[in-house]
Design a protein around this ligand. Structure first.
Ligand code: BDR
Ligand code: CA
Length: 323
């Protein structure tokens, strides 16, 4: 007997496209199990207008132009905008891609998020792959949306080592207050942090094959991967091998069995100084002296990705994008 067909999962991606955000978009729009209801843009890897342009370009190259795209926050809640030069001067690897012919919708990101979340007949999964400014503004402006959010699977944070600073990951470091608002949203949250993010790498011969494809979306995936470093902090020129980066968060929604998670208390350091933007993940096996002396806090539990099946996610990515 054939299995009953599952309906696609309604998802909204909040991104700062971004080389690896582009990889994430290519996967999401081509995965039959995901229904991308909207894409919202926020300042991060580049300025927000550049993010909108890059996002629309990716959708056109992927042959998925109809998804509504909205412009969001120009800068973090408190910090200034600080872009990530690793993504090139246009934020997408300076690949010389054509300007998009479409425009964003005429409402802002928070309005589009609210509208699509509340209009969905089944609860929506949010996939932020960027600083969390838009999501924090949404949660503070329209808290009623949480009743129709199934889960937030965000790329951000790190259990171990940071990248923007020794301890802070870029998306959380860029807007720590926004990340703190997300973590206390009261909805189920999965943290796809640097610990797993950096591990999912597509080997050089496969990237070479993608770059030779006749399909513009597949070719774009290859060119983007060739621009990504294969090792954290490595140079993209070393080899065509490249990490899936943010696309791993989309893999996590499409195939949750590809990651191992642990429910752990997570909070963000908002203090000025060297720990600002660090995600402090409590892995202690028992309460410590602070709790003994009544200093314990009730930190929300987050499903933290602690391991990833690299081959499974690479296979999922290729099977979907090369379809
Ligand atoms: C995150 O920062 C950005 O540069 C990437 O797009 C990713 O979302 C990794 O720290
Ligand atoms: Ca990103």
């Amino acid at each position: 007997m054939s299995q009953p067909q599952q309906s696609p999962i309604p998802v909204i991606i909040d991104c700062d496209t971004g080389v690896d955000d582009a990889l994430a978009l290519l996967l999401a729009v081509r995965h039959p199990g995901l229904d991308v209801r909207a894409i919202t843009c926020v300042a991060g890897n580049t300025d927000v207008d550049g993010v909108v342009r890059n996002t629309l370009t990716v959708l056109e190259q992927a042959g998925a132009p109809d998804i509504p795209v909205a412009r969001g926050a120009e800068r973090p809640l408190i910090e200034p905008a600080r872009h990530a030069p690793v993504h090139g001067s246009d934020g997408m690897g300076d690949l010389g891609l054509p300007a998009p012919s479409r425009r964003p919708v005429d409402v802002d990101a928070v309005t589009l998020l609210r509208r699509e979340i509340l209009a969905s007949p089944t609860p929506v999964t949010l996939i932020p792959t960027a600083p969390l400014t838009n999501i924090a503004l949404l949660l503070r402006t329209h808290p009623e949306v949480t009743r129709n959010i199934a889960r937030i699977v965000f790329m951000g944070g790190a259990v171990e080592v940071g990248n923007a600073t020794p301890v802070a990951e870029f998306n959380v470091w860029h807007d720590p207050e926004a990340a703190a608002i997300l973590l206390t949203a009261g909805v189920p949250i999965t943290m796809y942090g640097l610990d797993v993010f950096t591990r999912v790498v597509v080997p050089a011969p496969t990237v070479h094959r993608l770059r030779a494809s006749r399909d513009p979306g597949t070719r774009l995936a290859g060119d983007l991967l060739a621009h990504r470093p294969a090792t954290p902090g490595g140079s993209p020129d070393d080899s065509e091998a490249g990490g899936l980066g943010d696309a791993g968060a989309v893999c996590t929604v499409a195939d949750p069995g590809g990651v191992t998670t642990r429910a752990l208390p997570v909070e963000v350091s908002l203090a000025p100084g060297p720990t600002r933007g660090q995600t402090i993940v409590d892995r202690r096996v028992r309460p410590g002296e602070a709790e003994h002396h009544g200093e314990g806090r009730t930190t929300p539990l987050v499903d933290v990705a602690v391991d990833v099946d690299v081959d499974r996610f690479v296979k999922l990515y290729l099977e979907t994008v090369e379809r």
